[in-house]
Design a binder for this molecule. Sequence first.
Ligand SMILES: [Ca+2]
Ligand SMILES: [Ca+2]
Length: 273
Amino acid sequence: MLATRTGRRRAAALAATAALAALAAPSLAATPATATPPAAPAPADYDDTYYKDAAGKTGDDLKASLHTIISDQTKLSYDAVWDALKTTDQDPADSGSVILLYSGLSRSKSSNGGDSGDWNREHVWAKSHGDFGTATGPGTDLHHLRPEDVAVNAVRGNKDFDDGGSGFTDSGGSLTDADSFEPRDAVKGDVARMIFYMATRYEGGEGFADLEVNGSVDNGSNPYIGKVSVLKTWNDEDPPDAFEERRNQVIYDTYQHNRNPFVDHPEWVGAIW
Ligand SMILES: [Ca+2]
Ligand SMILES: [Ca+2]
């Protein structure tokens, strides 16, 4: 009798413990998420304001109008780019990490630097194409700067963009051959729109070269990036997504106060080139 009563008490105590654990579990799971990225507004929000002088234009007139609009910007030092990239390229699933452009890997924000396993500041418009270096200007323009693994950045080097090639360590699906680089599918359009931004933003003023797109993959140190036909196709195949739109918004709101028109209006690529 006593043993049975003790057994019942023990069972009741176990049940109570289980019930408490069940109650405790949701509160543990409800730890607040950190740094939810702001929603990106619809591009149309800027048509009647930011882009109003470009309305109805095409070709060289549209490019000239956009050049004037986007040249009104705040400029960063190369050192300030480190912290900016930690915000613009934050991993949506991990506020302590950034997404690496070509490899698609998520890596700790604090692993920035120049050693193996670090991420550094990739110039999507290779800085030797026009020799603008890292002085404040095109070399520090966040609209074409992205976090990338040190070794992957070296694989891309200053190659032009084109289809084809082979994979490599941490390629993430990106390819390269002797004279060109092909980003992974998810960022092909991002790369194209960064290049078209640079060709529009830099027209030979402020002491820097006039950056332009062309049909070559052997541009070397000339201020050109190819191939324009492939970049146009990539712009069509990979339209802007939430990550790219948020990035454009963060640069506009927080850092440079200018926008990449081709993220807001990808169809303007075809209207100019
Ligand atoms: Ca994309
Ligand atoms: Ca240009």
